[in-house]
Design a protein around this ligand. Structure first.
Ligand code: PLP
Length: 408
């Protein structure tokens, strides 16, 4: 007897995400010459559409690499070995980009923060004001920290850099916010934005891109670290082919279709839909926990500072809530991974795990990409079943809170 759960898997990890059939179909085609006129048109169109989505008149380069590749490209093109960077701590991914920068020979100061609140813009401004010698060459942040469901207040960070008249480059990881949440590259004065294909862009993993300001592009011409494959200047030289080596034709066809889907709905409508669905997720989690939260409990890389007594949202403040992923803490004495295992093995619902010190203590619901109300309601109701089956205490009837939130 086949014990595999029936039906299509409900995939609610915060990336990769559901891939629309239209995107899968666009990739299902015979090989064509990547130097053909036919493909050049598709590539140019994809590039133009990505620039519109990023809201930039400046540079955008595509990489046949996952987000880690674009992370590395950003660092090795803009900085010199030994440069000092300031990273705003937000969780697992802020740590990993920091580690990569250190491994490449950069010096990184982590502006430490409780992961439930994040670095305040005032504290960031204070730190910049201390740097009168302008030793800090770059400010790095993860716009949407996928591990905690935390959004950085990007306009406030930009304003603090401007107020301090500080020349540091602003590098932003938009991997889990791009195509789901407001992001305006030019308006926000971003120097490098790093994005990936497998989240709001509803594509397979394996592609990433860099939004690059004129200033960052000039820096990469004038000075840089050792680099070869990720040399932006070399990439510009191979225009309009855009890729060093063979172009990933099928990935581009998929990306082209995904961007078309976003433009048909309109980026504004996509962002509004993500906001609406995210509000429903938060309403359900608050219902499950009875609206209580252990506010004095802090969380960082060292772990959780005190008891978690009921289900609750990871993030405290509404303005820091992500519209693409929600991290949910489970009460002490319960294992979020055991619950996730039940969800996938019995009900075919895949949820995200808690990362780093949150392993077993939290789970994540990804609510980004190709998603609508019935899919989300199904996933939330099924999560409630998995809570019940795993013995995690919760207030029943969370789905009604979601229905109310979605009907507002
Ligand atoms: N940054 C963030 C915020 C992410 O969520 C991820 C992956 O989930 C990455 C970076 C790394 O991207 P990739 O797995 O495509 O290398």
């Amino acid at each position: 007897m086949n014990s595999k759960p029936r039906g299509r898997q409900f995939f609610f990890n915060p990336g990769p995400t559901h891939i629309p059939d239209r995107v899968l179909d666009a990739m299902h085609r015979p090989t064509i010459d990547f130097l053909s006129d036919e493909f050049k048109v598709v590539l140019a169109d994809t590039h133009a559409s990505l620039k519109r989505a990023l809201k930039t008149q400046q540079h955008v380069l595509l990489h046949a690499a996952n987000g880690h590749g674009a992370w590395e490209a950003a660092l090795c093109n803009v900085f010199r070995e030994g440069d000092k960077l300031l990273m705003l701590e937000s969780g697992y991914f802020s740590f990993h980009w920091t580690k990569m920068a250190k491994d490449l020979g950069l010096e990184v100061e982590l502006l430490a923060a409780d992961w439930r609140t994040g670095v305040s813009p005032d504290r960031f401004a204070e730190r910049l004001a201390q740097d009168t010698a302008h030793e800090i060459k770059g400010v790095l942040l993860v716009h949407n920290e996928t591990a905690t469901g935390h959004v950085q207040p990007l306009p406030k960070i930009r304003a603090a850099i401007d107020d301090a008249k500080h020349p540091a480059m602003l590098l932003v990881d938009t991997i889990s916010s791009f195509g789901s949440m407001e992001f305006d590259f030019d308006k926000c004065g971003v120097d490098v934005a790093v994005g990936g294909s497998q989240k709001g862009l509803m594509m397979v993993a394996g592609m990433s891109f860099s939004g690059i300001s004129e200033r960052a592009m000039a820096a990469s011409r004038e000075h840089h670290m050792k680099r070869n494959y990720f040399d932006w200047q070399q990439m510009l030289l191979v225009e309009p082919q855009r890729f060093p080596g063979t172009s990933p034709v099928h990935l581009i066809y998929g990306l082209h279709e995904a961007l078309k889907i976003i433009e048909e709905e309109s980026l504004d409508a996509v962002i509004a839909r993500h906001g609406r669905l995210a509000g429903a997720v938060r309403a359900v989690v608050e219902h499950w926990g009875g609206g209580e939260t252990n506010r004095s409990v802090m969380i960082n890389d060292d772990g959780v500072s005190g008891p978690i007594t009921q289900i609750q949202l990871m993030m405290h403040e509404a303005e820091r809530h992500s519209d693409s992923v929600t991290a949910i803490l489970v009460p002490d004495g319960h294992d979020s991974n055991a619950m996730r295992k039940i969800a996938v093995s019995r009900y075919n619902l895949s949820l995200g795990q808690g990362l780093g010190p949150l392993a077993g203590k939290a789970f994540r619901i990804g609510h980004l990409g190709d998603l609508n109300e019935p899919m989300l309601l199904g996933a939330l109701a099924t999560t409630e079943m998995a809570l019940k089956a795993s013995g995690i205490p919760y207030h029943t009837g969370g789905i009604n809170a979601a229905i109310d939130a979605l009907s507002d």
